[in-house]
Ligand binder design. Structure first.
Ligand SMILES: *Cc1c(COP(=O)(O)O)cnc(C)c1O
Length: 415
């Protein structure tokens, strides 16, 4: 993964293809025609395996109706648990600690309302100004639900440059007034990956609970929640997990919290074997499943089954290695070809690999215009205000040549 393999010619990009063990995975996806798709951190493409499991579930419904819940080979009644079992490998958890359920923002509400217990001096939530806004909206309303004022009880760690967060600044903000912390694993604009292990340890030294929103890292970065001792986590499955728009999300509960009462309970969180006794007294499952609320969205998680199988087949360490090589290559090309006059691009993503998620933020004062021009040339990516062209090469379905082409197209806009 050294820079000496990188060159600015198309041939050097093609050379990188020949060294790529994951190249075979591109054919396992539907790639939109005549398109360079580099937006997998917003909506991953459809894997053929995901289509297959989705069609299977449709068929199960078509041919058996309600029988699908229990009287088929893979009963829907256990679908959420089975998906949790598969995803557990990606986050370093036990299968009982992960469940496919709800959606990310709903899961934040569910877990923060469970774990945020303002008491005595410890009344505040710690978060950051660079998180995806929905997380902050959820935290603001959670503070209000406790009868407190978010202006005072939701503390947001600031960023010096609007791009990155400094871990030491976060630790300094872990005062004895903080009850709980929610942070993003990777920042959605800059792609900075926070040091989850270190921050989790520092929070625990101070008696503070900590949860992570890993929407921008699960499926592209390995996680070790159990080893790190993370209290809880949430993540979506339509970005790097390729499960489709609005697909079921996930939550993780460390097993040390299994006896905790879920704040938002519902009948799917009931002890599985007894759920259909339909008692009015709620008996919560003693695992992550205890935090389910409603009937799982079976259609919404059907593609997730095949999509997860594909990622397990490729291997999360292999995906991480290739993803880093791809983003390093893109950064190399920007430095070489787009950094000086008249191009004037800068990299808004950490250059150290261990601090980088799966995408690259190209900064430019005309970012919005460049974004529009790129769309006209069928380069699918996104714009994040005020000045970021965000590009995500997927380790599973993009090629080094496509990266080279994107940079060449941007260069040609100026030439
Ligand atoms: C993508 C993402 C979400 C998405 O939330 P939904 O409830 O699925 O709309 C939330 N938080 C972060 C940090 C994200 O990256």
């Amino acid at each position: 993964m050294t820079i000496k393999n990188f060159g600015v010619t198309k041939e050097s990009a093609e050379k990188l293809e020949t060294e790529d063990d994951l190249a075979v995975f591109r054919d396992k996806f539907y790639i939109p025609e005549n398109t360079i798709y580099m937006n997998g951190n917003s909506l991953g493409l459809l894997p053929k395996k995901g289509e297959k499991t989705l069609l299977r579930v449709l068929e199960e419904w078509k041919t058996g109706g309600v029988q699908g819940w229990v009287n088929i080979e893979k009963p829907w009644f256990f679908f959420a648990e089975k998906l949790g079992e598969k995803a557990a490998f990606l986050v370093g958890a036990k299968s009982s600690e992960v469940i496919a359920t709800g959606t990310t923002t709903i899961n934040i509400h569910s877990l923060i309302s469970t774990f945020y217990e303002p008491e005595g001096k410890k009344t505040k939530i710690l978060a950051d100004v660079l998180n995806f806004p929905t997380d902050i909206y959820a935290l603001q309303s959670q503070v209000k639900l406790k009868g407190l004022n978010p202006e005072e009880h939701l503390v947001l760690v600031k960023s010096k440059d609007g791009r990155f967060l400094d871990e030491q600044t976060i630790v300094d903000a872990m005062t004895d007034e903080i009850a709980i912390i929610l942070l993003p694993s990777a920042l959605f604009r800059s792609g900075q990956l926070l040091d989850m292990k270190y921050l989790t340890e520092e929070a625990h030294k101070r008696g503070i609970l900590i949860g992570w929103d890993c929407s921008h890292s699960v499926g592209v970065v390995p996680h070790y929640f159990d080893e790190w001792g993370v209290d809880f986590a949430v993540w979506c499955s339509y970005k790097y997990l390729n499960a489709g728009p609005g697909a079921s999300a996930f939550l993780y509960i460390n097993e040390k919290h299994f006896t905790k009462e879920a704040a938002l309970s519902g009948w799917f969180g009931y002890v599985k074997e007894k759920q259909f006794e339909l008692n009015l007294h709620f008996e919560q499952a003693k695992n992550a499943g205890g935090w389910q609320i409603s009937s799982p969205s079976i259609l919404g998680s059907a593609a997730l089954e095949g999509a997860l199988d594909l990622i397990l087949e490729a291997g999360i360490d292999e995906i991480r290695e290739k993803s880093l090589k791809m983003t390093s290559y893109m950064i190399f090309l920007v430095d070489e070809l787009l950094s000086g006059e008249p191009y004037n691009f800068s990299i808004g993503t950490p250059r150290e690999k261990e601090r980088r998620g799966g995408h690259v933020a190209l900064e430019h004062k005309e970012a919005y215009k460049i974004h529009e021009e790129l769309l006209k040339k069928n380069v699918v990516h996104d714009f994040r205000p005020p000045n970021i062209v965000r590009i995500t090469p997927s380790a599973l379905y993009n090629t080094y040549t496509e990266i080279w082409e994107v940079i060449s197209i941007i260069k040609s806009l100026f030439d």
